[in-house]
Design a protein around this ligand. Sequence first.
Ligand SMILES: *[C@@H]1O[C@H](CO)[C@@H](O)[C@H](O)[C@H]1NC(C)=O
Ligand SMILES: *[C@@H]1O[C@H](CO)[C@@H](O)[C@H](O)[C@H]1NC(C)=O
Ligand SMILES: *[C@@H]1O[C@H](CO)[C@@H](O)[C@H](O)[C@H]1NC(C)=O
Ligand SMILES: *[C@@H]1O[C@H](CO)[C@@H](O)[C@H](O)[C@H]1NC(C)=O
Ligand SMILES: *[C@@H]1O[C@H](CO)[C@@H](O)[C@H](O)[C@H]1NC(C)=O
Ligand SMILES: *[C@@H]1O[C@H](CO)[C@@H](O)[C@H](O)[C@H]1NC(C)=O
Ligand SMILES: *[C@@H]1O[C@H](CO)[C@@H](O)[C@H](O)[C@H]1NC(C)=O
Length: 737
Amino acid sequence: MVMTLVMQLMLLLLLPVTRVSAQEQQQPPQQVVRPSCRDKCGNITIPYPFGIGAGCFRNDGRGGFELECNDSRSTPRLTVAGNGIRITSLSIITSEARALLRATRRCYDSKGRITGRSGDTSVPLIGSHYLFSQARNRLVALGCSNLGYFVDAAGYYVSGCMAVCGPQHFIELGSCTGVACCQSTIPPAIDYYEPYVLDFTKEQTDKGIVSYSNSTTCRYVFLAETKWLTTTLTGKSEYLNRTNNFAVPVILDWAVRNVGNCSAAKRNTTDYACQSALSDCVDSKNGNGYQCNCSKGYEGNPYLQDGCRDIDECKRKEEQPCYGVCANTLGSHTCQCPPGTSGDATTKTGCRPKDNFTLALKVVTGVSVGVFLPLFMCFWLYLGLQKRKLIRTKQMFFELNGGLFLQQQISNYNGTSTGTGGFKIFSKEELEKATSNFAADRILGRGGHGIVYKGDLEDKTVVAIKKSKMTEEVPTKEFAREMFILSQINHKNVVKLLGCCLEVEVPMLVYEFVSNGTLYQYIHGSRGLDSDTGFHTCLRIAVESAEALAYMHSSASPPILHGDVKTANILLDDKLTAKVSDFGASKLAPTDEAQMATLVQGTCGYLDPEYLMTCRLTDKSDVYSFGVVLLELLTRKKALYFDGPEEDRSLVLCFMMAVKVGQHQDLLDSQVRDEMRIEALEEITHLVMRCLNMSGEERPTMKEVAERLEMLRRYHHHPWAQADANPEEEQSLLAME
Ligand SMILES: *[C@@H]1O[C@H](CO)[C@@H](O)[C@H](O)[C@H]1NC(C)=O
Ligand SMILES: *[C@@H]1O[C@H](CO)[C@@H](O)[C@H](O)[C@H]1NC(C)=O
Ligand SMILES: *[C@@H]1O[C@H](CO)[C@@H](O)[C@H](O)[C@H]1NC(C)=O
Ligand SMILES: *[C@@H]1O[C@H](CO)[C@@H](O)[C@H](O)[C@H]1NC(C)=O
Ligand SMILES: *[C@@H]1O[C@H](CO)[C@@H](O)[C@H](O)[C@H]1NC(C)=O
Ligand SMILES: *[C@@H]1O[C@H](CO)[C@@H](O)[C@H](O)[C@H]1NC(C)=O
Ligand SMILES: *[C@@H]1O[C@H](CO)[C@@H](O)[C@H](O)[C@H]1NC(C)=O
């Protein structure tokens, strides 16, 4: 379809822009003769080169074109000057003349004596422009028994035939086939005719020819137009016994015969007969010579200078049918369907209503389709390739990130136990949908490791999605293992890891959503400790956090370390329950040197100095960091603060200096000082100092920290009950220094 449209476009461009307008001006009446010459004799038109009178016919030395007209007769008689041949019609188009020649007649009596004869004269056309037409004439012998023939100028036999007497039915059924009438064709280029009649009497009849004895009275021989022979003579028996004279039409081929052919004629322009510029020269088909013909699309008299005129084809519906809008052009015409239709206007039902899809529209559409289809295909292909690439990339990351291992682990786990598993591997699309394509208004917070988004899953679960920053580390199967272990942790004070997405370069982690912000915000933010909640809430949060860390340290082997314990990583839910988050960022306790070499991670102010020195993250590193958290709770000061003098910027250093000089009470938050008993304060200060010990070995385990804090909490809540119920503990509390 595209090709046809393109072709149509090309055709449109190739079509001539200007169209020859039809000649509408009035033409003078068609001239067939030279000016001031007779054009008729009776009802016979005389076209040039024929003519009557000097200067009216073509005179090239040969006779034939000069005619004479005897008007004194009842019907004017047209004859060829010089030989008197009677002409009844002339045609320029067919280059024929119809002459009327008398039949040659012989009549006999019963004894075989000639009783009458006529028409014995020869018809000489030698040297004229005429020849007997071979195609349209026959030699006929009529009457029986009769041998009719004719000879040429030299007296040689040219053509003849014999008619014998026969049964009637042959005469009537046959059409001049030998019984009482016979015919013969004649050779071409015959310019002389001299007829003969030979009577075959009874006596002369040979035994071989069985003939009826009764013969016709008169015998004839004549040249006749073939058409006349078939229409007038055939089957008409009255011609057989006729005795009178009659004339028969004969066709003469005329041509300009003073030159042999067109190529010769064209050499002498003054003599050249085809005077019209819009004419062609045609070699004569019969004998030497040539004739002229108006060019195609023109008609008239080519022998005259302005003889050929354009044919208005639109006025000749029979020859050039046109059922649409016909427009004549010089030498031709156009025939188009009326506006709004299309098709073939030269047939009656050729034009059909056009669709509104016009040619211009087709062209535009064709071009558009032609141009845009390949573009579209390319684009489509490109998209397809991109998509495949994307899928491949996703699959690659999935495998790199240990997705297969994780999948296997999950299925193993789900298969072997009735576990609460619940861990899911999310697709990239799921998470994109859940976070409205990681929209800015979904950001919950930014951390050193990445950005955390709030997400709504399909099942209406609200989750926190952590999108880590790019790291140069190559994700390994280790990561997947970590993911798996973390997913198995089910502690009320640990933010639950619900799943992950491995189809991206840096895996995304999906956590349960904790609604009430971080402990950092709680302490330092607008909604700080107030009288309603008081320090006992802080203490509970500390206990819960410690328990969570202790649980992590003891639940698995090797222990799961946090590595980045800080107030900002302790989340609070609506009941202000602590939930330790971001275990995902930590490493499992390193087992080989390669892992030990990994970059030190963590947050300034909370970092274990020993870890900094050894690059070895231990459970005691978490204890140190937790010590800082406790300190933050007690003092309501940030781990690093930049508003004080330079030496006071580190909370830990500040506090240690204060403890040395016994002024640490001044650093504590006023509310804490007010609410806590002095011995409890001392106990907790002691615990903090142990946690912050430079040597990891000297630090208590997380379990111990949790237990001691729990005791302090109970003591703080019910100091009297505690004292009564557990004197041992009281003792230990007081025996701390
Ligand atoms: C010319 O007139 C004759 C008789 O007057 C008639 O037979 C013949 O058909 C006419 N020819 C033409 C071409 O009209
Ligand atoms: C014209 O025909 C008439 C009658 O046949 C004849 O008498 C006369 O001589 C003819 N004229 C010419 C010029 O042949
Ligand atoms: C010739 O004579 C026979 C009888 O002798 C007759 O039957 C036949 O019709 C005659 N034919 C003609 C053409 O007169
Ligand atoms: C010619 O002969 C037939 C019989 O054969 C006859 O009927 C007819 O009248 C004759 N015609 C003439 C003109 O003699
Ligand atoms: C045309 O006639 C000339 C002489 O009249 C002759 O030499 C030439 O061969 C002829 N050409 C053709 C094509 O018959
Ligand atoms: C051309 O034809 C004219 C008239 O027939 C004649 O007088 C002349 O000699 C011819 N010219 C040539 C070059 O044959
Ligand atoms: C003359 O031209 C007409 C129309 O173009 C054509 O039909 C005819 O056959 C031509 N005659 C000859 C003799 O070529």
